[in-house]
Design a protein around this ligand. Structure first.
Ligand SMILES: *Cc1c(COP(=O)(O)O)cnc(C)c1O
Length: 375
């Protein structure tokens, strides 16, 4: 039996046709046609004004910080438990990351922890919609507004999630998305920055094209910027995927339903949370095991692997990984981020690629249940 992969996309003939068309025709006067269509469709899907295609979500967060004027001497509050890409751009711009704790059920930054991290040097906050879950956006935005802190929403894992009827990615000054092959929709590698603010949009366009003013035909750069662009073939793939976004999200939710049916009623296994007023797009089905089972994510990961099942460990707190070992703020976070340190060691992401079916889910759950027993 082939190994069950942890994640992967859903590609149909529509994607293949669009990419082939881009390869054949998106040149000369049509060089940007797929970018324009993809950005327009994406902005409409989110109900925001502007969307900019980029090579990754990492670059989207980087450009967000630059466009917001975050730099040396500034502090940026970020979720402690997330992928390193949420925080690495804070280092790129010379600012200091400050790690905030997560909520026990949503696994996203809590309003209390965010507020407790604020100092006079805080310039921005990066809440992450972890695994498709949503933080308490109303309270986070209220606190950010009161302290004049810019908000960058890392929605890389939450395409199609909603909070009180509004789509993930639409809450911050900017919202950022990833189209890496493991994400709910993909362009191979790619990302998007969205915003409602014209000034931010203009600054991002300028910075991602080597500091050229729009319409600069003399190759006369005003500033040293970046080269953060997506190719037409990727934009074509993205267009096909966003046109199918509802199907992709429905599929993720279906996969979660199968897991919920198998594991939901079990004592000691907690899955992703979807409280009243939230739609969770369940990028990664994640199981948190009660410590009573006596098995942590590393050992569980290897047991599942040995049975032909690829999993991923729940993200570790950034303040716990070697990359941030020396940071003063990481030391503080290790003491105060109680939920992050309590939950992360017992979490596992279960296979939830778009090619999962109910039979495979049942097998994964059977192995998971057995792995919990024998310790
Ligand atoms: C995947 C991911 C990113 C990074 O996306 P790239 O496109 O690989 O740069 C950022 N933040 C989170 C939370 C992610 O899961």
């Amino acid at each position: 039996m082939n190994k069950i992969p942890v994640s992967g996309p859903w590609i149909t003939q529509k994607e293949i046709d669009y990419v082939a068309d881009a390869a054949a025709n998106a040149w000369y006067e049509n060089a940007n046609m797929y970018h324009e269509r993809f950005e327009k469709a994406f902005a409409e899907y989110l109900d925001v004004k502007y969307a900019v295609t980029l090579p990754s979500c990492t670059s989207a967060i980087h450009l967000s910080l630059l466009a917001l004027g975050v730099g040396i001497g500034d502090e940026v509050i970020v979720s402690d438990v997330t992928w390193i890409a949420s925080a690495a751009p804070i280092i790129y711009v010379g600012a200091t990351p400050v790690f905030a704790d997560m909520d026990k059920r949503t696994w996203c930054m809590t309003a209390e922890s965010f507020e407790a991290c604020i100092t006079p040097r805080t310039k921005a906050v990066i809440p992450v919609d972890l695994y498709g879950g949503m933080p308490d956006w109303n309270r986070i935005l209220e606190i950010a507004g009161r302290h004049n802190i810019a908000v960058i929403e890392d929605a890389a894992e939450a395409l199609g999630s909603e909070y009180k009827g509004k789509k993930a990615g639409a809450f911050g000054d900017t919202g950022t998305f990833s189209f890496h092959g493991s994400k709910t929709m993909t362009t191979g590698e790619g990302g998007m920055l969205v915003t409602d603010k014209k000034a931010l949009f203009d600054r991002v366009l300028f910075l991602r094209d080597h500091g050229r003013k729009p319409g600069d035909i003399m190759f006369c750069n005003d500033e040293v910027g970046y080269k953060y662009k997506m190719s037409s073939m990727q934009a074509a793939l993205g267009l096909a995927q966003i046109e199918r976004a509802d199907k992709l999200v429905d599929r993720k939710r279906k996969i979660f339903d199968w897991y919920e049916k198998e594991l939901g009623g079990l004592n000691g296994i907690t899955l992703n949370y979807e409280p009243e007023g939230i739609k969770n797009s369940y990028w990664m089905v994640s199981a948190i095991l009660d410590p009573k089972f006596g098995i942590k994510k590393g050992a569980l990961f290897h047991k599942m692997n040995a049975q032909g099942i690829s999993c991923r460990p729940f993200f570790s707190p950034l303040s716990a990984i070697p990359a941030f070992n020396e940071a003063k703020e990481a030391r503080k976070a290790r003491e105060k981020n109680i939920n992050s340190y309590k939950i992360s060691p017992y979490g596992l992401n279960l296979p939830c690629g778009m090619n999962m079916d109910e039979k495979k889910v049942r097998y994964v759950c059977k192995v998971l249940r057995e792995s919990c027993k024998k310790n």
